[in-house]
Ligand binder design. Structure first.
Ligand code: NAP
Length: 148
């Protein structure tokens, strides 16, 4: 198993990691020796499958259902991470959703839904991630969302 000194025995949260790019990032963290929090919103089964793959690699995986568009759900996700791992090293904001409509057809509800998940989630996630990272002596946060 490849091991990297910067990632070995670290804890990584990757939002929206049951499928797509998030899944690839989660599995890559595990292959480098990190434990991974797999977050999903609608599709539990693929998220559980990612967690199973992470455990096969020999790392811990925690699956958390949370809609990152809701502040309360972001808060409880970080609380659960703290309860399980006592800290966090990496926060990768990857989850994305949205109503892709031409500007003249956008409606406030669809706009808010999109922005809350794709943009707002990273800011408030970062607020909750910070104390968990401070417990570990620091950390890193990355948003890979194209809407930032
Ligand atoms: N694909 C590209 O070409 C591309 C290019 C540039 C940037 N990006 C960025 O890369 C990231 C991933 O893209 P992707 O193509 O892999 O996306 P994707 O295949 O559409 O997957 C989206 C992921 O986000 C999760 N998700 C959706 N709404 C959520 C919510 N409210 N709360 C928590 N999780 C939620 C989904 O979970 P469920 O399965 O549970 O719904 C899924 O795991 C996005 O931030 C995107 O903007 C992608």
């Amino acid at each position: 198993m490849p091991n990297h000194k910067h990632f070995s025995d670290r804890i990584a949260l990757v939002t929206g990691s049951g499928r797509g790019i998030g899944r690839a990032i989660a599995l890559h963290f595990a292959s480098l020796g990190a434990d991974v929090v797999v977050n999903f919103f609608r599709n539990r089964k693929p998220a559980e499958e990612v967690a199973e793959k992470i455990r096969e690699i020999g790392r811990n995986a925690l699956v958390i259902k949370a809609n990152v568009g809701e502040i309360d759900e972001i808060k409880s996700m970080f609380h659960e991470i703290d309860e399980n791992f006592g800290g966090l090293d990496f926060y990768i904001s990857n989850a994305a959703s949205g109503y892709n409509r031409p500007a003249m057809q956008q409606k406030p509800r669809g706009w808010d839904w999109t922005m809350n998940i794709n943009a707002r989630a990273f800011l408030f996630g970062a607020q909750y991630a910070t104390p968990l990272m401070e417990k570990r002596g620091g950390g890193a946060m990355v948003s890979i969302n194209g809407h930032q």
